[in-house]
Design a binder for this molecule. Structure first.
Ligand code: NDP
Ligand code: OXD
Length: 316
């Protein structure tokens, strides 16, 4: 099949994911970017653009004219770890307002849940027990965000607007209004000092694998909270259970797990102080993602650099 510069078809290579909502979203929002769902035996040689959540190596190797891979999500560790994807193909992380908005909403929801210790009220009501509960004002509550990127900085801004004290940790120093920025491994201890609610929004890389562990918990005040909405691989699960047992942590919210779905019988399922969501802290919204992908394809075609391209050396 011949390849033309005008061919904007986007090949969706799924690994069990549904694309039902994506086809109409592209038809409505980006009609000049036809969204084509891969089917077995399809001739894919002419496609210049693909969108992938989980890699499917046999298909990727047939994409001889591929120019760009769009990750269906913000986290692209699986795509970066797939040796069948040639290094020359840029992998664009998903950055779109629906995904950011959903994460900001989740972080605010869970921060308030723990700030107001709503779980304590739920426990008391189940036992028909009146509880005299004290909670500090938001400006007396220190939140710490691991990862001040697209999602972390958006969450930080909303928490500040809400009145919380917020600090953030990233590789490079950031400037987000009223958010104290800490950068690099050497500033992690200063960042952790006094953090009562620790939110993880880091990418999963060789450097961040297992980063939320006993060493981190032991630097937080007694009775702190963990919210992990990034990747299960960031968390040392045994250390979390121990920290909850010792009271170092009062509770944790987890959206992501080492193995998903979380296996039957896993100790997290019935833990009274672990609150779980099924890796849906946020979702990529097909309508807003279609607008973003069209914008990126237009940049690419007019010779402008793509944005949000994952860096293979950094791993995100
Ligand atoms: P970004 O790449 O925009 O931000 C990542 C942040 O982490 C950056 O501030 C970066 O620092 C920082 N960082 C990376 N490595 C280190 C390190 N070794 N030490 C200190 N800081 C580090 O990513 P997004 O905000 O878009 O997404 C973050 C993650 O959220 C995704 O990778 C994904 O895993 C997760 N996610 C989860 C979802 C869910 O539903 N549960 C939904 C969407 C995303 P710097 O800015 O200096 O580069
Ligand atoms: C993502 C996710 O990385 O949904 O976007 O986990």
């Amino acid at each position: 099949m011949s390849v033309t510069r005008k061919d904007r078809r986007l090949l969706f290579i799924g690994a069990g994911e549904r694309a039902d909502d994506w086809v109409p979203a592209f038809a409505a929002q980006a009609p000049d970017v036809p969204f084509i769902v891969y089917e077995d035996g399809m001739d894919v040689g002419a496609f210049r653009y693909a969108i992938i959540w989980r890699p499917n190596p046999p298909v990727v190797t047939q994409l001889s004219n591929l120019e760009v891979i769009f990750g269906m999500g913000a986290g692209v560790e699986r795509l970066l770890g797939d040796p069948s994807i040639p290094d020359r193909i840029p992998i664009v992380r998903m950055v779109e307002p629906g995904l950011t908005g959903g994460m900001v909403e989740y972080v605010l929801w869970q921060t308030i849940y723990h700030h107001r210790r709503i779980w304590e009220l739920e426990e008391a009501q189940r036992e028909a027990r009146w509880v005299n509960q004290y909670y500090p004002a938001p400006w007396e509550r220190q939140i710490g965000i691991l990862g001040l990127g697209q999602l972390g900085s958006a969450a930080a801004r909303l928490l500040v607007e809400y009145g919380f004290k917020v600090k953030g940790w990233s590789r490079s120093r950031k400037s987000v209004d009223e958010v104290k920025s800490f950068a690099g491994a050497e500033e992690l201890p200063q960042f952790l000092e006094g953090v009562e609610i620790l939110v993880c929004l880091l990418p999963l890389t060789a450097d961040t694998q297992g980063i939320i562990n006993a060493g981190v918990f032991n630097q937080l005040p007694m009775g702190s909270i963990l919210i992990n909405a990034a990747r299960g691989g960031h968390l040392n699960e045994a250390d979390l259970l121990q920290a909850l047992g010792s009271g170092r942590l009062a509770a944790a919210t987890l959206d992501v797990f080492h193995v998903e779905p979380l296996p039957e019988g896993h100790p997290f399922w019935l833990h009274p102080r672990i609150f779980m969501t099924p890796h849906n802290a946020s979702l990529t919204h097909p309508a807003t993602a279609a607008i973003e992908i069209k914008r990126q394809i237009e940049r690419h075609e007019s010779g402008l650099p793509l944005e949000h391209v994952a860096d293979r050396n950094r791993g995100y």
